[in-house]
Design a protein around this ligand. Structure first.
Ligand SMILES: [Zn+2]
Length: 82
């Protein structure tokens, strides 16, 4: 086999493995920490000790992964179609 064929076959093995791994991760750990507030759920005032709840995660400190969000979206579409 020549080099492009080897590269294509390796890519065909790696791509499904990465996709299935991400799907498994979204199934087992559907949340990630909120990047805006670093998982604390609070947004601190630039001065003083005041804070407010993070608007991105609504104070929970966690965000739904993009893959899980997509799964839930299509799951709801399928459920509503019945
Ligand atoms: Zn947040």
């Amino acid at each position: 086999m020549d080099t492009p064929a080897v590269a294509a076959s390796v890519l065909c093995l790696i791509l499904p493995a990465v996709t299935l791994g991400y799907a498994f991760t979204c199934w087992v750990w559907p949340f990630k920490h909120c990047p805006r507030c670093h998982g604390s759920g609070k947004r601190r005032s630039p001065m003083g000790r005041a804070f407010r709840l993070c608007r991105r995660c609504e104070g929970t400190g966690r965000r739904l992964r993009a893959g899980r969000w997509l799964f839930n979206h299509f799951h709801r579409i399928r459920r509503d179609a019945r």
